[in-house]
Design a binder for this molecule. Structure first.
Ligand SMILES: [Zn+2]
Length: 254
């Protein structure tokens, strides 16, 4: 599936937080330079927010950042000139990185509700975008991006514009990796070093996730098993799930 000559190609990024979006975006911007228009769905003042974008100017490639937090993104827009780039990562390092990024206090009981809410989003995200993937989804696994960014990003570019300038891509990736060094993206993560590493909570998170998403696509880190019903994160999750399942009250009842 390749865009016709002269037809702009749209990538709609759909990423789980902390799954390599920043690295991919920066490398893509460096590679295409002025040929690419980037839009952040969370900064609507900078773009028309139409999909596809109506304010491309002369750009031949469009890329939008989106996490689909509300799961409202239309999965049926794929065409010869539009594809979704779905970024995901092993659930445990993804969760730890996101907890660190979120500013949630590692010692606060509020973290359990936060984790439970993120779990519900992640499970629904995976069901919507990966199990099975709708037509037009290009998978970009964090682990593949880290292991071989040239191949992973090259495959995405090839799908959209048909050919890849490997030397220019290598330069774009090299410059991006340099900028990110010292950040989080490409340093091997030592899970136990995280302030949020708490074996019981992470094991409960993984066990609950396996209930929702039996095929994680990754080896479980804590062996699966049954969620500990007494763990506060499991209780928070069950409470949220029940609240979510209840029919919404009509305002007219008040
Ligand atoms: Zn726009």
């Amino acid at each position: 599936m390749e865009a016709k000559q002269g037809t702009p190609f749209h990538y709609i990024g759909v990423s789980l937080p902390r799954s390599g979006h920043s690295f991919f975006r920066r490398a893509l911007i460096r590679y295409f330079r002025h040929g690419l228009k980037f839009c952040d769905a969370y900064k609507p003042e900078r773009c028309c927010q139409a999909r596809p974008c109506t304010a491309l100017g002369g750009a031949q490639v469009f890329y939008q950042k989106n996490h689909d937090f509300d799961l409202g993104l239309d999965p049926t827009m794929a065409s010869e000139s539009l594809a979704y780039v779905v970024q995901y990562r092993h659930p445990i390092p993804q969760l730890l990185s996101y907890l660190e990024h979120s500013g949630v206090d590692p010692g606060s009981p509020a973290r359990f509700a936060w984790m439970a809410q993120h779990l519900r989003y992640r499970a629904a995200f995976v069901r919507k975008w990966l199990r099975p993937a709708p037509p037009g989804v290009l998978r970009l696994r964090y682990e593949d991006l880290v292991a071989n960014p040239q191949r992973a990003i090259g495959g995405i570019i090839r799908h959209g514009v048909g050919r890849v300038n490997e030397r220019r891509l290598a330069a774009a990736i090299g410059a991006t990796a340099g900028k990110i060094a010292g950040g989080d993206a490409f340093e091997p993560r030592v899970l136990e070093a995280s302030a949020h590493f708490d074996r019981a909570s992470l094991a409960a998170y993984e066990a609950l996730l396996l209930e929702e998403e039996p095929d994680l696509g990754y080896a479980p880190m804590f062996g699966g098993g049954t969620p500990d019903a007494a763990h506060p994160m499991v209780r928070a999750y069950r409470t949220q799930a029940r609240a979510h399942a209840m029919p919404e009250q009509s305002p007219a009842c008040e």
